[in-house]
Design a protein around this ligand. Sequence first.
Ligand code: ZN
Length: 327
Amino acid sequence: MDTAQPVLAIDVGGTKVALAIIDAEGTIVDDEIVPTAKSDDGDAIWAPVGEGIASLLQRCGGDITEVGIGSAGPIDAPSGTVSPVNIGGWREYPIVQQAKAAVRGVTGSDPAILLAGDGHCIALGEHWLGAGRDLDTMVGMVISTGIGGGAVIKNRLFAGTTGNAVHVGHTSVNAWGEKCVCNSHGCVEMYARGPALVEAARAKGWRGDDGKALTESAAAGDEIALEVIDHGMRAAAAGIAATATYLDIDHFVIGGGLAKAGPVIFDPIRRHLRDFAVLPYVADLQILPAELENAGLLGAASLALSITGRGPLQPDELIGLTDAERP
Ligand SMILES: [Zn+2]
């Protein structure tokens, strides 16, 4: 094993699939972005991704033997399939099998592949090279179009039985709330996701279009924007506190489109946390901004590197992630 040999990282989202060749230090050697095709046909969504993998591998000389995949969820890590809420054409879609075939098409042999949730990959990325690099325990969380997360506990990724642990966005913070897209009620995501904040602000007369404009209005002192964000971040704080309380977590690292706005998001979260993170062991819960632009991709790379023990975590430190797909 050439310890310097790079790996293929794949980060699957509802709007784009990011592909990158990444070395053992976390340097992106080459990358390719493929827009997520809108289709009911799963293979039609995969086709441009497979082509992207082929051209990326050809450009890099094709010497890839490990692959890490982070995908929007839910996923089924033991069976290597994904059913992302925001990619309707993929239900129990065999992404591991497909990625294996795409790599084999260039290299002539099957790569080893690990699949994890996108929130878990963001946690892994930030834990490896970002705001969590000096922490042994943290939740990595995204506040963006959706809300997700993943936990590293005592330097082990806690993936759960099927790879979906720590789904902060679909944790209910209001048992009497309206029905969520996931069919539960009163989920964090219903109140704190960017599009929900924008919709609430527009209903009160604010005239912007997206989450970025809303956070800019808030930063400029717009009262509607401030009020709506405060309301949404109270739900986020309740979800964060619930997660920290049941997992006994002392740090959250939060990234994603909305979180990039900084204090207008972080200040209300920290303020509302005082109402929810109240037991002594979570009373000092620290909320840190994420530091990486590509945390999901880097986390997928760390998964791939871990297959041969070259990553920041060893294979037995990925608790719940199957090795069934290893050759
Ligand atoms: Zn939900």
